[in-house]
Design a protein around this ligand. Structure first.
Ligand SMILES: C[S@@+](CC[C@H](N)C(=O)[O-])C[C@H]1O[C@@H](n2cnc3c(N)ncnc32)[C@H](O)[C@@H]1O
Ligand code: SF4
Ligand code: SF4
Length: 373
């Protein structure tokens, strides 16, 4: 549990970022590279299915271990040992800088249970990475830890909130007090948002036990003035594969549709900070409650997943056997095995998860030809 603020002593926050030419140029380059990425996906979709699109965003699982026991997650069910050391993560980051990745997402497990999380992130910043993001359950995000990660360069945060009140959230998260800690972290971030230009998002994972919470969670996000993202529960990918998780995904169709209707009404009134209507319409198909119309998986092309024990894959559904401890990242990404898998994932010849479906919906809209794939 996070230490109460009054017991932490004075905390020194870093100076906010000053505008600088190198940072602005790096940001402009990222935008250009993302534009080129989308153009390549359009070509891959319609012209050359074997086109090799290199990933631009790395998802770094600093640890698979955690300080919560969410019923929807498998990572805490056994202790993961032999994770990459600080030096091994530094080496990974050197390679990602060489490969000109534009964004790094630090995640887990719970990244903040690693004492060296700040040090690793800070090293990424020293290499020139401008877009650093952290996924966290918020439990340890007190003022001291926030000052540390802000100092390390993180400017974008996802805090998981699985219910609009403590009883629903804490039951899913397996620990009483976790709702108060998560909301405390969201408030703390909101307090510092303007000074540091933070992007703060509540990430709500849709499960059978919380579909009715969706409108209330949207109102909570509105009250806290943060963005809401709806993540979709799955038991098909690493970290979430467990027989107990499958039982949590039998979402009631009427309840889901009623919640989505209510959210769509809110979005029509004022879309700020809420998911787009197009993404809301996709959600029932993920749970098998509507026909699944094909959209390619841009997410699998954008991301490179680096597991805490060094395995590298293109997405949540890519169980790669290649490891950074044995091969360079460049050689893995350019290998025939990785390229074949990558091609398959783009076509969604995969286990089908809901990871970043909002991106897929957006990219589908700009890369689709009318009436075609
Ligand atoms: C694995 S956690 C890692 C970051 C951090 N520990 C947290 O909970 O925010 C990343 C996200 O996965 C979500 N998640 C948990 N169980 C899931 C499941 N079965 N399917 C899809 N996402 C899930 C969590 O709610 C969280 O938002
Ligand atoms: S979802 Fe996040 S907080 Fe919950 S057990 Fe998994 S890694 Fe931990
Ligand atoms: S939908 Fe398939 S290809 Fe896309 S991220 Fe999920 S498992 Fe990977």
């Amino acid at each position: 549990m996070s230490t109460p603020v009054e017991l932490q002593g004075p905390v020194e926050f870093p100076e906010p970022d000053r505008w600088s030419w190198p940072a602005a140029a790096a940001r402009a380059k990222s935008v250009v590279r993302l534009g080129a990425f989308v153009a390549m996906l359009a070509a891959k979709r319609h012209v050359r299915s074997r086109l090799h699109v290199r990933p631009l965003v790395a998802e770094l699982f600093l640890t698979d271990n955690c300080n919560l026991k969410c019923v929807s997650c498998a990572c805490w069910r056994e202790q993961t040992r032999g994770e990459l050391t600080t030096d091994e993560w530094r080496d990974v980051l050197d390679q990602l800088a060489d490969l000109r990745f534009v964004k790094l997402n630090f995640t887990g497990g719970e990244a903040l249970v690693r004492r060296d999380a700040g040090e690793v992130i800070s090293y990424a910043r020293s290499l020139g990475f401008q877009n650093l993001h952290l996924n966290t359950n918020g439990l340890q995000l007190n003022r001291r830890r926030l000052a540390e990660v802000l100092g390390a360069g993180v400017r974008s945060f996802n805090i998981s909130v699985d219910g609009a009140n403590a009883s629903v959230h804490d039951a899913i998260r397996g620990r009483s007090g976790s709702f108060d800690a998560a909301i405390g972290a969201v408030r703390l971030l909101a307090e510092h948002r303007d000074r540091y230009g933070l992007n703060v998002r509540m990430n709500f994972t849709v499960l059978a036990g919380n579909v009715e919470e969706i409108p209330a969670v949207a109102r909570l996000a509105r009250d806290l003035e943060v963005t809401l993202s709806l993540n979709l529960g799955t038991d098909r990918t690493f970290l979430f594969r467990h027989e107990d998780v499958g039982q949590l995904l039998d979402v009631d169709g009427d309840a889901l549709r009623a919640s989505l209707r209510e959210l769509e009404r809110m979005v029509r009134e004022d879309p700020r900070g809420l998911p787009s209507r197009a993404t809301l319409r996709y959600i029932p198909s993920h749970f098998g409650l509507a026909a699944d119309s094909f959209i390619p998986c841009a997410e699998s092309q954008l991301k490179l997943m680096i597991r805490s024990t060094g395995e590298i894959g293109g997405c949540w559904g890519h169980d790669s056997t290649m490891n950074v401890r044995d091969h360079s990242i460049r050689s893995i990404v350019d290998s025939a095995e990785y390229r074949a898998e990558h091609e398959r994932l783009f076509r969604k010849d995969c286990v089908r998860c809901g990871s970043n479906y909002a991106l897929n919906v957006k990219v589908d809209r700009v890369t689709r030809v009318p009436y075609g794939r």
